[in-house]
Design a binder for this molecule. Structure first.
Ligand code: F3S
Length: 395
């Protein structure tokens, strides 16, 4: 039995409109299945899975129907990447018909009041505070919010996040609760620390932490010293999300809720296992380097531009970022383009269509991208960004 406040009962009974009632009914049903004692108010939502390829006609039609009924999001709501760059869709070989299908989704979300940011880093655009409850889909964002900021969100599915954004509430279970945020397994990375510090294999480390822990809340101790640099941390957390269903890692020296704990099951990461992760995506040749999973931040764009200053890239380099970040790094974007880098916004290498851009074999610094791109049939090389940058340059 889910406890509902008087306001929630009114919504459920249709006193605030049919659309809101339908959304509340679905959220309450999910809460019942998850055995949540109540709902919790959320301060923002982030919706994933908004490409037409993902939603299909049914999903797009559902959003349009909600929008036409006048349903509005009741909390600030941002949106994950779409299937292509909405401005450079011609360069991405997207036809008018495909463009229009995606735009139906964009228009529906916009009319429901979403900020259609088309990015996977809502923690940069609309940063939550410690302890705030959220309804975020998109695993890398969920992991960042929980692990780095101490905000509270489960890894929601795309459709559920739409409904939660409408009612402004989520089932009070899992990572919303104190018990759900307690560590479940101790992960000691002392034996791989030097290797990661030396090679920059933060994405591989994240993939391994996820693969070894699988579920729950890992407590990561003895991590590499430079794991706390934002770019490293984001590659690490995105990779945890790719290899597991984990939504939070308590990282020593990073997570505000990190506390040493006794009596946990313990695993010690080994260098050989980390090398195996890297070997899994060890394509020797590649026709493009793809960076920006998660979307590059303004700081990362500036750093990349300064590394490439005065050089022309030797291979194709595709960079994915958000329009929000690009607007805050306009000089860097111009410099990257003059170095021969292709910059795409609103989309990413996984949700978009790399093969339409002529890419079959790619190199990336993101284990999340490596995982999903290899599942899509691409030949992938996973290597730290530094190593890829060296390969990109010509003197
Ligand atoms: Fe973001 Fe796409 Fe990667 S949504 S985390 S860039 S798979």
């Amino acid at each position: 039995m889910v406890y509902l406040s008087r306001e929630e009962v009114e919504i459920l009974n249709g006193e605030r409109g049919e659309g809101l009632a339908l959304a509340m009914e679905a959220v309450v049903k999910v809460a019942e299945v998850l055995r949540a004692p109540k709902l919790v108010k959320v301060s923002s939502a982030h919706i994933s899975g908004v490409s037409y390829r993902n939603l299909g006609e049914e999903g797009a039609g559902f959003l349009e129907e909600l929008a036409s009924k006048g349903v509005r999001f009741s909390v600030p709501t941002t949106v994950n990447p779409a299937g292509f760059d909405l401005e450079a869709y011609g360069e991405m070989r997207v036809g008018e018909e495909e463009y229009e299908l995606q735009m139906r989704i964009v228009r529906a979300l916009t009319s429901m009041g979403a900020r259609v940011t088309l990015n996977c880093t809502p923690y940069l655009i609309n940063p939550p505070s410690f302890g705030e409850h959220l309804a975020w889909a998109e695993s890398n964002a969920v992991l960042y919010a929980n692990s780095v900021i101490g905000a509270r969100t489960n890894r929601e599915g795309g459709p559920l996040s739409v409904l939660e954004a409408i009612v402004g509430r989520a089932p009070y279970v899992g990572l919303h609760t104190d018990e759900g945020r307690a560590p479940t397994i101790l992960v000691d990375s002392s034996r791989v620390r030097d290797f990661v510090e030396r090679t920059g294999a933060f994405a591989a480390l994240g993939y391994l932490v996820g693969a070894e822990s699988k579920v729950g809340v890992p407590l990561l101790v003895n991590g590499p010293r430079n794991l706390d640099l934002p770019g490293n941390l984001r590659l690490f957390l995105a990779a945890v999300g790719a290899s597991s269903s984990i939504g939070m890692v308590l990282v020593e020296g990073v997570s505000p809720e990190f506390k040493h704990a006794e009596g946990l099951e313990q695993i010690t990461l080994e260098e050989g296992d980390l090398r195996s992760v890297l070997e899994r995506w060890s394509g020797e040749d590649f026709d493009a380097v793809v960076l920006g999973c998660p979307h590059l931040s303004p700081g990362e764009l500036a750093e990349l531009a300064s590394r490439l200053k005065g050089f022309k890239v030797r291979k194709r380099v595709l960079v994915f970022t958000s329009r929000w970040s690009a607007a805050r790094a306009a000089e860097a974007i111009a410099a990257l383009k003059s170095s021969g880098v292709e910059v795409y916004m609103d989309t990413c290498m996984v949700v978009g269509n790399l093969s339409a851009l002529g890419v079959r074999k790619c190199a990336t610094d993101s284990a999340k991208a490596a995982y999903y791109l290899s599942n899509q049939g691409y030949q992938v090389l996973l290597a730290p960004r530094d190593a890829l940058l060296k390969a990109m340059l010509e003197g």
